[in-house]
Write a protein that binds this ligand. Structure first.
Ligand SMILES: *[C@@H]1O[C@H](CO)[C@@H](O)[C@H](O)[C@H]1NC(C)=O
Ligand SMILES: *[C@@H]1O[C@H](CO)[C@@H](O)[C@H](O)[C@H]1NC(C)=O
Ligand SMILES: *[C@@H]1O[C@H](CO)[C@@H](O)[C@H](O)[C@H]1NC(C)=O
Ligand SMILES: *[C@@H]1O[C@H](CO)[C@@H](O)[C@H](O)[C@H]1NC(C)=O
Ligand SMILES: *[C@@H]1O[C@H](CO)[C@@H](O)[C@H](O)[C@H]1NC(C)=O
Ligand SMILES: *[C@@H]1O[C@H](CO)[C@@H](O)[C@H](O)[C@H]1NC(C)=O
Ligand SMILES: *[C@@H]1O[C@H](CO)[C@@H](O)[C@H](O)[C@H]1NC(C)=O
Length: 446
């Protein structure tokens, strides 16, 4: 059956204040491309499915689709193991699916790489990113059953990499050191990847007790954690809200993260702006990537980051995931308003937000976004409020993927800027020699 359900399209702004606004955007309306009541898988055999069901290793109403990503002809979906009975935590569907209602998910990279309690396999994946080199960066919390009475932290929180280019889909696991992240409280939520000078991931940790941004540098696998209580913690006035008739109390800390295009600073270095917000907050914050990359700020403790954090202003509602395009347009959900919004970061946040879709029936908790390589924007809508309240009804559609053509690409394809070089001349060689001399002297006096 082909779904041809269209989402109500509104070009009206998020009516918050009376400041002048940019002209309305004309984006293609979102439409539902896939939807599920419950998630099922492509099993190795019908008997496997029955065994998993019989032993409560597959409990259909406990499998939540959370994150989304795209590579070549596949859509990758994350299935965090918040409850028991989630047989795989990372899976995919081919984009050439003819089955538009409830396509079956294939575990990625395999069933065995998703085995519970096997610390070499994936345990709890909330989000992934795929960078421009075809590297998949997977946030594996290790800890499973986070919404149960007894979460199990047997496996360590890790960054897991899969080089998709090779086609071998081998997992490379890098556990995060316990002195940087606490395995029993950390919650690796979302990330952006910065493919510059060694490849960095900036990761939101929405730990209830110690929220922060974890930086992981691929070149030497080093990580550090930066904290700023004021901008990274939930605020009480945004923790309780209503969505589709359900009231939730979710004091969730720093959650969504996005990254802007490269820019040149006054001193001719390249930098990028990183945007983030706690789920339970009405504010959007920004910080420069160069600050996150400065390890010394991590050891300086609380207060070190404060001078570098910019509060961009407020939005109408709570936001979970967000995604930036390669030119600096940010897409984000306004959960309590059943809205998908867009902000062009070249204009002031307070006046530049626009509603691009609003629908109380189809936009029930915007979780994550992704772009494909053809200019389409995809959105996961997952009614998370029903999941956390343990009121998922298997007779209703619970998960949807919406798509809209925007003609845009992900931030990972943002243009590389080159710092201004001094005029080329025969001085190049002596400059190198001089810097080697400085290096030698520095070593001498170290
Ligand atoms: C699952 O349980 C049913 C009912 O107890 C039983 O008949 C069936 O053989 C079981 N299947 C497997 C594969 O264990
Ligand atoms: C979808 O249908 C087309 C045409 O009928 C077919 O060629 C293609 O193989 C199908 N795709 C899948 C994934 O089954
Ligand atoms: C980032 O750095 C640039 C120039 O170095 C500065 O103008 C800008 O305000 C900074 N942005 C943030 C969010 O701090
Ligand atoms: C890193 O931060 C420290 C402390 O604020 C500062 O002294 C140092 O210059 C920064 N380093 C870089 C490379 O920006
Ligand atoms: C948007 O949602 C917030 C709660 O998240 C609510 O307080 C506000 O009234 C909503 N605004 C509109 C226009 O629906
Ligand atoms: C954002 O605004 C800039 C400056 O007006 C414009 O050049 C650019 O096309 C806009 N981007 C989007 C995605 O609308
Ligand atoms: C919640 O959403 C469903 C599906 O769109 C709708 O049928 C139902 O009436 C909504 N409930 C409330 C209380 O708004």
């Amino acid at each position: 059956m082909k779904l041809a359900v269209f989402i109500v399209f509104l070009a009206a702004a998020a009516a918050q204040d009376k400041l002048p606004r940019p002209p309305p955007l004309h984006r293609e309306q979102f439409r539902v491309i896939y939807e599920w009541r419950t998630v099922d898988f492509e099993w190795e055999s019908p008997k496997d499915r029955e065994t998993f069901l019989n032993t409560s290793r597959y409990i259909p109403q406990n499998v939540l689709i959370s994150g989304i990503n795209f590579y070549k002809d596949n859509i990758f979906l994350t299935l965090p193991r918040m409850l028991d009975g989630v047989p795989a935590t990372l899976a995919y569907i081919p984009t050439n699916q003819n089955d538009t209602t409830a396509p079956k998910l294939k575990p990625f990279p395999s069933w065995s790489a998703n085995t519970m309690d096997d610390c070499y396999a994936l345990q709890f994946v909330q989000n992934i990113e795929i960078d421009r080199n075809g590297m998949m960066w997977i946030l594996d919390n290790g800890r499973v059953g986070t919404l149960t009475q007894s979460p199990n932290a047997k496996c360590p929180p890790s960054i897991v990499l899969i080089d998709l280019k090779t086609g071998e889909n081998k997992l490379e696991r890098y556990p995060l050191p316990a002195d940087i992240v606490n395995p029993s409280t950390t919650y690796l939520n979302d990330l952006v990847v910065d493919n510059r000078d060694g490849d960095f991931a900036y990761i939101t940790d929405n730990s209830a007790v110690d929220p922060g941004i974890i930086v992981f540098r691929l070149s030497d696998k080093k990580s550090w954690k930066l904290r700023d209580t004021k901008s990274m913690s939930s605020v009480p006035e945004a923790a309780i809200f209503r969505i589709n008739g359900t009231t939730v109390n979710l004091p969730v800390n720093i959650d969504g993260i996005a990254m802007g295009p490269q820019f040149l600073t006054e001193d001719e270095t390249v930098d990028r702006t990183v945007y983030y917000c706690p789920l339970a907050s009405f504010n959007m914050y920004a910080i420069n990537a160069s600050v996150l990359r400065n390890e010394s700020l991590a050891v300086m403790g609380e207060g070190a980051l404060r001078p570098y954090v910019v509060n961009l202003g407020t939005k109408a509602s709570q936001t979970d995931g967000m995604k930036m395009d390669s030119t600096g347009a940010l897409f984000f959900g306004l959960i309590g308003n059943s809205t998908i919004a867009e902000w062009n970061t070249t204009v002031d946040f307070r006046t530049g937000q626009r509603t691009i879709a609003r629908d109380p029936n189809y936009i029930q908790w915007v979780d994550r976004f992704t772009f494909d390589d053809r200019g389409n924007l995809y959105v996961i809508v997952n009614r998370l409020y029903n999941f956390v309240k343990n009121q998922v009804s298997v007779d209703e559609v619970n998960y949807r993927i919406l798509r809209s053509y925007t003609g845009l690409k992900s931030y990972i394809y943002a243009e590389d800027l080159m710092p201004e070089k001094p005029p080329q001349s025969s001085a190049a060689a002596p400059t190198l020699a001089a810097s080697l001399l400085v290096y030698a002297l520095a070593r001498l006096f170290a």
